[in-house]
Design a binder for this molecule. Sequence first.
Ligand SMILES: Nc1ncnc2c1ncn2[C@@H]1O[C@H](COP(=O)(O)OP(=O)(O)OP(=O)(O)O)[C@@H](O)[C@H]1O
Ligand SMILES: [Mg+2]
Length: 815
Amino acid sequence: MQESAIDIDSLNDAQREAVLTCEGPLLVLAGAGSGKTRVLTHRIAHMVADLGVAPWQVLAITFTNKAAAEMRERLGALLPGGTRGMWVCTFHAMAVRILRDDAELLGYRPNFTIYDDDDSKRLVKAIMADLDIDTKQFPVNMVRSKISAAKNAMVDADEMAAQAADPATQKAARVYAELQRRLMVANAMDFDDLLVNTLLLFERHPEVLARYQRRFVQISVDEYQDTNHVQYLITKRLAELHRNLMVVGDDDQSIYSWRGADIQNILDFEKDYPDARVVKLQQNYRSTGHILAAANAVVANNSHRKPKRLFTDEGDGEPISAYQAADERDEGRWVAAEIERLHAAGTPYDDMAVFYRTNAQSRILEDMFLRAGVPYKIVGGTRFFDRAEIRDVMAYLKLVLNPADDVSARRVVNVPRRGIGATSQDKIAAYAATHGTPFFSAAQACVAEAGLLSPKVRNALAAWTSAVEEARHYEGELSRVVELIVERSGLVAALEAERTPEAEGRIENIREFLLIAQEFDESHDDVVSALESLAELREAGVAGAEAADDPGAVPAPQPVDDDGQGALFAAPDEGAAPAADGGFGAVASSQLPAFMEWLALRSDLDSLSGQTSAITMMTIHSAKGLEFPVVFVCGMEEGLFPNLTHDSDPARLEEERRLAYVAITRARKRLYLTYAATRRTWGATQANPRSRFVNEIPESHIKVTGVGSAGFSGTGWEKRGDRRGTFGSGTGSSVYGGSVFGNQTRSSGTARPAPVRKDPRKAAESFEPGDRVHHKTFGSGTVVAVKGDTLEVRFAKSGQTKKLMKGFAPIVKVQ
Ligand SMILES: Nc1ncnc2c1ncn2[C@@H]1O[C@H](COP(=O)(O)OP(=O)(O)OP(=O)(O)O)[C@@H](O)[C@H]1O
Ligand SMILES: [Mg+2]
């Protein structure tokens, strides 16, 4: 095999056996980081490069788009001759390709539309409203998951109705029938339909199936433990002719049972293919010893699993760091500071990832990263400030600040819908063009002059312009202005009227935005320093810092000199504003301009992160199959992770634990687990003990720091008590007893386990003259003076001394 295109010597014996087994069914069953995906790609490369298999004869399926992209890249690197024609994709992407060619056979037109999760949810909701089904009694999500389960079990609506034993299932069956009818009329398929229709196509049209069976001589499926029934059947059908099917997976990493994934598919592989070769891999090449030991220890608490153990030759590496934060903001802040510290010490941002159990956690983290200047990207989610409802509120505020901002005016004139349609908007725009005025002034004129618009539109427009005017003239706190515009624009009222879970989510986001404004009112100093950071970035000529978010909106902040920040707070008609402000004058609330600049700073930092390397933020679910040198898992608290309620099924706890195993095993060299003593979610503050998954890690592999200690380098309180075994059954209320958190809570008699700093946002690090520091933009320097929250730092490269705000300037101490 010396001639091989791949480096066979880089594989261990078991891996080599798998790579060289190119005929017949093959199962690779092994724990995380043991090289399953690497074996899969090397095996394909070997077949193509050495055995004459054509790339187009190869089908490689994986679970997420990100994983598919990585696999394609790896294959590209291994096969200089190219991978043209090879299908490397997810099940859904494969289904789309197949159906684009032949959906007509099932009665669709080839240009069918794909409804994503949001679209299909909206459709289900509309149907339920039309059928008069009460969504309080039968929640939309419950109905959808019943329909989805039926689809994935290949049960159609009639069959579901015939089998339905309870009212909820009967209702779901009715919705299902109508859903399919409407999807068909709309020439659309939802995600489940893509899979189901592919299978139907194969069953009803054997000639189509035969074509693909002949084509795909070699089929490989990664993350096989997470295939559901339909996916299993599709794979089975496709592989029937050549029987060259390789599946790889790890039963400990099955995390999609809530979507119908069936761990049994992997466990039954040997039953389906009695001649299957089974290869087990035991060496982990990803993680250092402490991390691997922690993962092994946690997952060992699951009873429904095939026991297996992994070893590593890597050495122990660094113990896992656990950090107990005062609250969720302290957590975010600490993570940001630690990221900056690692970055200053040479770890590229790209090498770091931050995971969370639920999407809702990302907002605070984003907030803290933006403040600290940590560039980030979010996989599989929308960044807070990119969300439509937040953009709407921001457009309103821009308009309040600057009524000449036509982009914002046009964006929100009919948001929420108030009957000012395209025709009316065109008329206003035409008026504006004729009179050379901004759109908003034209709107005011159209309100004043009868006859230009219909009375109904005129009324709606009057309400809109007066809402903006009222906010403009409100003299008082900024948060009140934001509240006012949110109320008077009708944004929240319209969402409330929708009475949908998404609308609820949007309202919640708007509330979060209000909180940000309140915080701004409370912490003006921080803002000054945040603006300073931006000014510094601009001064330093950092690419992207000049990028204007929205032309004609907020005036760009001006660089400050050493003594004053005055220019930063200029109202739009003083100095920095565009010359033509439409003659509107300054807004009454003096803080709005600064607030808008602050928000602009955020988007500026966003654009910075688009260009340079960035940390990755994502849910643990989307981290499957990936690896990063440094991983932070946030929110390690009971109730959040494991994400359980008291009446949760014990099987769910096992799935949550598998998720913890997935999270831990993504880390190559450094793993951080963080948890907050108190956490504010949905307006309520909760104090949850730290996650049992942290407690399940033996003490020898983990180092705990936290509030009460001097920042992240201190030792703080230590874990004690018999952590393992205390949890007994692993479910129910006894779980809280025995955790360190629990002990301390009881002994101190307070709700919090350790002294909580008054303002956790201010306390991450203390500086003294003489300390060596590193600034994101200016590089290394020395602290020359500390005055309150202001540091004076002399930077080595420029020789300049700069004033920086502690806690906001992107600066860390270097040891
Ligand atoms: N024989 C080997 N020699 C050197 N490095 C290896 C070897 N096998 C695997 N690796 C490396 O170990 C890491 C983990 O491999 P891989 O991602 O294929 O594991 P996996 O089993 O698919 O993990 P997961 O279960 O998380 O998907 C990768 O960085 C890979 O390049
Ligand atoms: Mg893998």
